[in-house]
Each structure stands twice: as C-alpha cells, then as structure tokens.
Design a protein around this ligand. Sequence first.
Ligand code: SF4
Ligand code: SF4
Length: 81
Amino acid sequence: MTDPAHPFGRKARQRALIDPVSCTGCGWCAMFCVMDCIVLRPDGLYEVNEDRCIGCRSCKVNCFSGAVTMLPPKMTEENAP
Ligand code: SF4
Ligand code: SF4
C-alpha cells in the first residue's frame, strides 16, 4: 500500500558506514546522530544501524578519524522506479 505521506515513494538516501579499522571507539559521532542510530558494539567500537540512518552526514563531518563513509543511496521497493 502506498504511504500517504510519500505518495511518490520515499527519496533514496545515503547511509553511513563506520570502518572498524579506522574507528577508535571515541563515541563522538554518536552524540551528533539525530536518529540515535550509532550503537556501541560489544568490542567497544561503534556501528550504524543502517535501517534507521537517514544519511544526514553529521557523523561523517564530526569524526576526527575519517572512519565514516557514506554509502550510495539504496533503492528499496518503496522508492524503486
Ligand atoms: S567519531 Fe569516528 S572514531 Fe569516534 S566512534 Fe565515531 S566513527 Fe569511531
Ligand atoms: S548519517 Fe546521520 S542519521 Fe546516519 S548514522 Fe550518521 S548521524 Fe546518524
């Protein structure tokens, strides 16, 4: 069923990905995530819950270690042409 708030489908969005090799586990990025979707892993590093990420790039801009990469927009059933 079509989402009434997005009758033409949701816009494809980028998603953030944290590189576990470059991430120092400082947690700085998580403080800026508007979706609160950067979570602490059991090993002390951080990862992005990509289902909730809206691609705002805030984490990427704030990471001193350059550990965040933005993945290209993912097409989903909702926004597929
Ligand atoms: S700011 Fe960068 S180094 Fe710090 S936890 Fe986030 S991704 Fe890792
Ligand atoms: S891009 Fe934005 S929403 Fe996604 S993890 Fe980074 S700060 Fe959170």
